[in-house]
Design a protein around this ligand. Structure first.
Ligand SMILES: [Zn+2]
Length: 69
């Protein structure tokens, strides 16, 4: 891979983990006190609200430029 900024052929592929959505621990705490009726449905929704994505980037060792793979 050639760096788009400095044209050097010294780029390395790295992976980054990115977590989005509401933390499950907070939802779990709410469910502890309210475990009936419609609140139960909300608890299930909270658990699915968090997603983890893995993004790949190229990092140039010459100039430090970071760009998407
Ligand atoms: Zn570069």
């Amino acid at each position: 891979m050639i760096c788009p900024r400095c044209k050097a052929d010294s780029c390395q592929l790295i992976s980054e983990m990115e977590t989005s959505g509401k933390p499950y621990s907070i939802c779990k705490g709410l469910c502890g006190g309210l475990t009936f009726g419609k609140i139960g449905l909300l608890c299930g929704f909270c658990g699915e609200g968090q997603t983890t994505k893995t993004k790949n980037y190229w990092v140039c060792h010459n100039c430090g430029h970071k760009f998407k793979a």
